[in-house]
Write a protein that binds this ligand. Structure first.
Ligand code: ADP
Ligand code: MG
Length: 280
């Protein structure tokens, strides 16, 4: 195969993937058959809290509205963020975020414009389980890296579901990719430092491979953000790129990761300056 052919091949598969992603981000629940009932729980909060839509075949999704339509708030587009996080999960092979997409459907004359996510049946959240299994723990550790990279500020144990089959489900992923206009791009949950300071990362293949996966998928993730996130886009990209670069550089250095929050911030700041310099 000559070089040109290889390039063509690459573009072909890229466009197929791109189509796949586009179709995956926007969808409809119309093709799932009839709705059996919609369960609204006021306690779930918001002007229009999450609703559980149950279909006649017994399957269900959780619907979360686009709050900008119900509050006169300056919120960014959270349904898009929920759906993008599912796509990023697929790209890096985490396999923890349930299938999520953005919809704009009508059910009994009510508009459903927001995100839907597959309902995980019979799940317990992280506060309800005794301890993690070995497999769950490994995914939970990768999730720490994942949340750090996307800047998820809402990963408490209530947003992690367990089904007793060594799987872990990361739900409620809207608060990420610069959710606040004036957010501090260098801030993150220190649980990742706690984790890194207690383990030798280089001895944990599932972490090393995961960081590498992020590094090699970086362009694809940045393109995704560029295309579909239409608020705080540049900041979101800068955050994600600097974090991936930081983790990857730390890995290459073959030394333990720093235990100091201050040093992580400094390192991230340097990565940001590097990226901005290269862009000029
Ligand atoms: N995919 C899901 N499968 C099963 N239960 C879910 C799912 N998503 C949300 N839930 C349930 O609904 C609750 C509220 O959803 P969540 O996305 O966490 O919204 P909120 O922003 O209100 O915290 C969750 O705490 C969980 O109990
Ligand atoms: Mg929640």
């Amino acid at each position: 195969m000559d070089k040109q052919e290889i390039t063509n091949k690459k573009n072909d598969s890229d466009s197929i993937r791109e189509e796949g992603i586009k179709a995956g981000i926007f969808g409809s629940i119309k093709d799932r058959g009839e709705v059996d009932q919609v369960v609204r729980d006021r306690l779930m909060g918001g002007p229009r809290g999450p609703e559980k839509i149950i279909f006649k075949d017994g399957s269900a999704v959780i619907f979360k509205c686009d709050v900008r339509r119900y509050w006169k708030a300056q919120n960014p587009d959270t349904p898009i963020r929920e759906a993008i996080v599912y796509q990023i999960d697929k790209i890096v092979g985490l396999g923890a975020v349930p299938k999520t997409m953005v919809i704009d459907d009508m059910i009994d004359n009510v508009r459903y414009d927001g995100s839907v996510q597959e309902w995980i049946k019979g799940a317990k959240d992280g506060y309800q389980i005794e301890r993690f299994t070995y497999e769950e723990k490994k995914i939970f550790e990768q999730l720490k890296i994942f949340d750090f990279v996307i800047g998820n500020s809402d990963r408490h144990l209530g947003n992690v579901l367990f089904t007793g089959d060594d799987k872990l489900h990361a739900i409620d992923n809207g608060a990420c990719l610069i959710i606040e206009k004036d957010e501090d791009i260098l801030s993150f949950s220190d649980s990742i430092i706690h984790f890194f300071s207690r383990h030798v990362v280089h001895d944990m293949p599932h972490i090393v491979e995961f960081i590498e996966k992020f590094y090699y998928s970086k362009d694809m993730i940045l393109n995704l953000i560029d295309k579909y996130i239409h608020d705080n886009t540049e900041l979101a990209k800068l955050m994600v790129e600097s974090r991936i670069n930081y983790l990857h550089n730390m890995l290459k250095r073959d030394r333990p990761f720093s235990r100091k929050y201050r040093e992580w911030r400094k390192g991230l700041q340097e990565e940001i300056q590097d990226i901005l310099k290269k862009r000029k």
